[in-house]
Write a protein that binds this ligand. Structure first.
Ligand code: GRE
Length: 333
């Protein structure tokens, strides 16, 4: 399929090029290639996009990034640096590129103000945040956005009519020490990313964020961060056990209805035909969006899989492009 839209596509500021060892620690194979791709904005990306039929992509700032800075001033300064950099880079290239805002999530009102600045000044299409914000004096605490003080931020997303992408982050601080230090190969895509984002998004559902913000649209990647595979069990326990215990959100909607009205999933980094089929049955083709997860994954793998996986033409167009056009109000593409 030509003209696909991809929306979990990372870049890094060139001043972090010095952290090449981090890439080597992440990828034993082709670390330099992954690293070069992360710092290239247009040349390599456009070549891949043209070769594999991606018409438009949305940039987002990579993890590790702003969410790993536990000092609020440093996090806010980095978010602004990232946003001004990529905002200027995409100017004049709006036919092929858009961007999500990076945000410091230490302070809900300040996060809302930076999002608004990016949307109005640069035409950004929403925000992508790397899960919880690392915080406190020693960096050991984590801020979740499912508490009432974040209502001011979610109201701003609704007012601006832009989605929020909840992307994973690497475990750090006390969480790393207690859970992951002695099981390091489980970190990242094998399981830590999906676990952390699942708890966070289900925290938003069960703490009533979507009930107070019914227009809010949140995107999660990797074909639903394990939630879709467990949807029956999650629904069963929320409905039959937690609701009688006082769970209010379940009185408003079932978990399936939040997926219908508020939550989107992307194919980023999860190129599984059987899982996509399950997602189509459980949440429906209207809420699924194509993505690559570049440069952690390749355009070649994502696009060859998507173009060949069994889908009718209407669903392929929806997932590959039309849903994203609708969600982001893309007119130029
Ligand atoms: C990411 O998207 O941030 C990511 C990593 C490490 C491995 C895979 C991946 O940071 O998608």
């Amino acid at each position: 399929m030509r003209g696909k839209i991809a929306l979990e596509e990372a870049f890094s500021l060139s001043r972090f090029r010095e952290f090449e060892e981090w890439w080597a620690s992440m990828f034993a194979v082709d670390a330099k290639k992954h690293c070069d791709e992360m710092f290239d904005l247009f040349e390599k990306r456009l070549a891949y996009m043209d070769k594999y039929g991606v018409g438009y992509q949305i940039f987002s700032y990579t993890a590790p990034g702003v969410q790993d800075l536990w000092k609020p001033d440093e996090a806010a300064a980095m978010a602004k640096e990232v946003n001004d950099f990529i905002g200027k880079q995409i100017q004049g290239r709006e036919d092929r590129f858009g961007s999500f805002a990076a945000l410091s999530m230490h302070n809900p009102a300040e996060a809302a103000a930076e999002l608004e600045r990016c949307v109005k000044q640069y035409g950004f299409l929403g925000a992508l945040v790397n899960d919880t914000q690392r915080s406190s004096e020693d960096g050991n605490q984590r801020i979740f956005y499912d508490q009432p003080e974040w209502d001011v931020f979610w109201s701003k997303c609704e007012e601006l009519n832009v989605p929020f992408y909840l992307h994973p982050r690497h475990p750090t601080g006390a969480q790393y020490e207690q859970v992951y230090k002695d099981r390091k190969y489980t970190i990242g895509p094998p399981v830590s990313f999906a676990n952390d984002v699942s708890v966070h998004i289900l925290g938003m559902v069960t703490n009533g964020v979507f009930d107070r913000h019914p227009k809010l649209q949140v995107i999660i990647g990797h074909l639903g961060e394990h939630i879709v595979a467990d949807l029956w069990r999650i629904n069963h326990w929320l409905e039959d056990v937690k609701k009688p215990l006082g769970l209010k959100s379940q009185e408003v909607k079932t978990i399936r209805q939040y997926f219908r009205d508020n939550i989107w999933i992307t194919t980023s980094g999860n190129f599984s035909g059987p899982l996509l089929e399950l997602c189509m049955r459980e949440v429906g083709a209207d809420r699924i969006l194509f993505s690559v997860d570049y440069p952690f994954e390749s355009f070649e793998d994502a696009c060859n899989w998507f173009d060949q996986t069994e889908l009718n033409l209407i669903d392929r167009a929806k997932i590959g492009r039309d849903n994203a056009k609708r969600l982001f109000g893309l007119k130029t593409f």
